[in-house]
Design a protein around this ligand. Structure first.
Ligand SMILES: Cc1cc2nc3c(=O)[nH]c(=O)nc-3n(C[C@H](O)[C@H](O)[C@H](O)COP(=O)(O)O)c2cc1C
Length: 180
């Protein structure tokens, strides 16, 4: 798909068909997401694709901070992608000190870039997605047994779209941009 078209037509998808995503297709999407830029090419973003219905529904039941809306989305998704990051590399010097006043926030910036790249690649391959920010990161980490040294950065519900929502209104370029 042409890049601008892919950016403009990607929508957050919250209703999915039951059809599973083939592993080869998910591997292709992650392969594309791997090309996202990162701090000194540290590539700290990792992905756990939760297909197991019991684990998915445990996350939906126990780790969405009571936000029923997200519970429904997770239960209805073909899979839930748990995006994690390897803590302590992006934004850090070799001696463990922070490089800039943003301290460790560059690692979250990196996972944001990777997650959007993932969502665009998924859209290009015909897979719908929605990033979910309202969840309990420690609870998700406990349920999944996330590796020591990693943090849960975001959840992304994925599947074949069963809706075609209109784009929510965007701010005008005049509101967003200034030249100096
Ligand atoms: C950091 C972040 C957190 C989000 N959290 C949620 C969420 O918890 N639940 C949800 O339904 N959508 C969530 N969204 C999706 C936004 O609501 C959506 O991107 C926005 O309304 C624009 O719609 P579009 O993605 O279709 O362009 C989140 C998006 C981002 C980037």
């Amino acid at each position: 798909m042409e890049t601008i078209k892919c950016i403009e037509t990607r929508r957050s998808i919250r209703k999915f068909k039951t059809q599973q995503i083939p592993h080869e297709l998910m591997q292709e999407i992650i392969g594309a997401a791997a090309y996202a830029p990162s701090w000194k090419n540290t590539q700290v973003t990792r992905y756990v694709v939760v297909e197991d219905a019991a684990i998915k529904s445990r996350i939906a039941d126990e780790a969405v901070l009571g936000f029923e809306h997200n519970k429904g989305i997770i239960n209805g998704a073909a899979a839930l992608v748990v995006v994690t990051l390897v803590h302590g590399r992006s934004g850090f010097e070799r001696d463990g000190s922070y490089t800039t006043s943003k301290e460790d926030r560059w690692e979250v910036f990196d996972t944001g870039l990777a997650t959007q790249t993932f969502c665009l690649a998924a859209h290009d391959k015909g897979i719908g997605s929605v990033i979910l920010g309202i969840f309990d990161e420690n609870k998700v980490a406990d349920i999944l047994g996330v590796e020591e040294g990693q943090k849960v950065a975001a959840l992304v519900a994925v599947g074949y779209a069963d809706e075609a929502p209109d784009a929510p209104k965007r701010k005008s370029v005049d509101d967003l941009l200034k030249f100096v």
